[in-house]
Write a protein that binds this ligand. Structure first.
Ligand code: ZN
Length: 375
């Protein structure tokens, strides 16, 4: 996903190539990509691009005409990209399942395509009179490279926030422009655990984190500056130290870079640099393991015994599969079971239930004896 440095470089590229040019065509490849309907895309034709700006990860083309300015704003989402073309086809865009999402053609025949890989289409284009009419722009947090984003501003953001710093850094409503990749890079540069609570930062740690944010982003912007749109993706990849480098050696200490799931994706970090040498627990994985470990497979576990039932629910099922609908329960074999068990009893008898004082993975309550006790 293009983040602040890449979007900044794309803005610079468009400033150089599209500014002062007149728009000849603007086509969306599907209804879904265009998030606004008034004014229509046809209102862009004949207007000239007078400015190209960036707000967080949004690009903003100012299209000026005699009746005022319009803003063509777009967000490239996770798998979107901008492809500049010197000689763009003049044919109308055909709606289809391909990667092309949007096309802008200029009066000199050049222009750009917005493309998006994959089946999940989240690239978004807006045409508005005021850029604040784009909901994602109106709710953006401060720009981390702005002059007034100092350590005090960061301290005010972190104060009292009982959430993990990784989530804070990539939340666009809190700080604009940093995504999954650069939050990994910032935390590696700051030598901090991604799971550290935002509210736990000392003034020294805030200063360290602030310096890491500014340095990491500035360096990435400098590396990307002057590159053509087509070269930016490669530059982002080679410039990253930990993000997307699971299993590779850390460029600082040589330890193996690890990966752990976080929210809807995964993050990468170096245990030696960031977590005192300890690998972070993958909570998504451990939850899964807990679910599939003997605990809930056991017929004696309270879940299967029906111990989670509420008043009025059915009593425990002696077959041990009370938690499952009838159609999902193992069917009894016809005839005499090979093990000599009576028909209706599964071949693999369930293991004994968990000892007392374990915590139930489903209800997250303490298991006392055979029942989950609500607390
Ligand atoms: Zn390291």
């Amino acid at each position: 996903m293009p983040e602040l440095p890449e979007v900044e470089a794309l803005a610079a590229y468009l400033r150089e190539h599209a500014k002062e040019r007149v728009i000849a065509r603007a086509d969306a490849a599907s209804f879904a990509v265009l998030k606004t309907f008034d004014p229509p895309l046809s209102a862009l034709i004949g207007r000239s691009i007078t400015e190209v700006g960036r707000h967080g990860k949004f690009l903003d083309l100012t299209a000026s005409g005699p009746d005022g300015d319009l803003h063509l704003v777009f967000h490239l989402a996770r798998a979107g990209w901008l492809r500049w073309r010197e000689d763009i086809p003049d044919k109308p865009v055909k709606p289809g399942k391909g990667p092309l999402a949007f096309r802008l053609v200029l009066d000199d025949g050049a222009g750009f395509d917005l493309t998006e890989a994959g089946t999940q289409k989240r690239l978004a284009v807006y045409l508005v009179r005021d850029v604040a009419d784009v909901p994602g722009v109106a709710t953006l947090g401060p720009e981390p490279l702005a002059d007034d984003f100092d350590a005090d501003a960061l301290a005010a953001i972190l104060k009292g926030r009982r959430t993990q710093i990784k989530g804070v850094l990539r939340d666009q409503h809190i700080i604009a422009g940093i995504g999954n990749a650069y939050s990994d890079e910032v935390l590696h540069a700051a030598k901090m655990s991604p799971f550290k609570l935002a509210s736990s930062f000392t003034p020294d740690e805030i200063a360290t984190l602030h310096a890491a944010i500014v340095t990491t982003l500035r360096e990435a912007v400098e590396r990307s500056a002057g590159l053509a749109a087509a070269e930016l993706k490669g530059e982002k990849k080679t410039g990253l130290r930990v993000h997307g480098r699971t299993g590779q050696p850390c460029p600082v200490c040589g330890d193996t870079i690890r990966e752990v799931s976080f929210a809807d994706s995964s993050l990468q970090y170096c245990p030696t640099c960031q977590t005192g040498g300890k690998p972070l627990a993958d909570r998504r994985l451990s939850r899964l393991l807990k679910l599939f470990s003997g605990t809930h497979a056991s017929a004696n576990h309270p879940v299967n015994r029906g111990a989670h039932r509420h008043p009025g629910q059915r009593p425990p099922d002696p077959s041990g599969f009370g938690g499952l609908p009838q159609r999902w329960r193992p069917t009894a074999r016809r005839g005499r079971p090979p093990s000599g068990r009576p028909a209706g009893v599964p071949d693999n008898p369930p293991e004994p239930g968990p000892p007392a004082a374990l915590r139930c993975g489903v209800a997250r309550r303490e298991i006392t004896g055979q029942l989950c006790v609500a607390r």
